[in-house]
Design a protein around this ligand. Sequence first.
Ligand SMILES: Nc1ncnc2c1ncn2[C@@H]1O[C@H](COP(=O)(O)OP(=O)(O)OP(=O)(O)O)[C@@H](O)[C@H]1O
Length: 257
Amino acid sequence: MENMQNTTIVQDQKVIEVDNLVKRFGHFTAVDHISFDVQKGEIFGFLGANGAGKTTAMRMLCGLSKPTSGKGKVAGFDIEHQSEQVKKNIGYMSQKFSLYNDLKVWENIRLFAGIYGMKDDEIKGKTELLLQQLHFEKERNLLVKSLPLGFKQKLAFSVAIFHTPEVVFLDEPTGGVDPATRRQFWELIYEATAKGITVFVTTHYMDEAEYCNRVSIMVDGRIEALDSPRNLKAQYNAQNMDEVFQQLARKATRKSD
Ligand SMILES: Nc1ncnc2c1ncn2[C@@H]1O[C@H](COP(=O)(O)OP(=O)(O)OP(=O)(O)O)[C@@H](O)[C@H]1O
């Protein structure tokens, strides 16, 4: 599955543009002048040790927090001045905030689709299709809390892209599940990119880093490396992405919270 030969990256169609983005909390610089672009249909891995600044950067890109300085565009909208349009044109899934445990599977789909402004008819038709694709027909009336974690993650991802956003932000989407379940999840990611959805993903799992088209590695708020897994391994003379990550993460002076 390495480097997904089948993805359709549209070169020179930038879905994310980041230029010298900074976020300070008081005197502490959590994100320190980061710059990069992500192309349409790309799977972009956003790596870094705990506390490196990934979540802070991602929150700015999602229009949830204002940059201290620098610029960013997501789906063509300015993250600082057009944050409402940014929010409408993205999907977001995080391990900590995603589905409502006390709602049924179909109720979660309907709720999130409604929030993203989809019409009832469209929601109904697409819900049936989604339940079939996920082989979740029997689970449609179950409360989400009764589902295994791997099911929940697949459903949360499907809900996050249900309105076919330009880009989906995934914050450690597969935490706590085994490699086989993670691979199933990544099949859904490939299907999304085949539809032209761009994927921005943070992960601590280096097998997942290998699946990305390009990977950036943050150290103490800065992007220390950014390239395809293949090029990074060559550059750092490493057998796998774990070795690349360890070489860079060793430089970190920040401790996790
Ligand atoms: N609201 C805040 N006020 C002050 N400091 C903050 C705030 N949010 C984050 N930080 C600090 O900024 C740094 C980066 O945090 P962030 O959560 O972005 O890291 P991360 O790379 O996402 O880490 P993890 O992998 O643990 O989620 C940390 O040192 C954190 O303590």
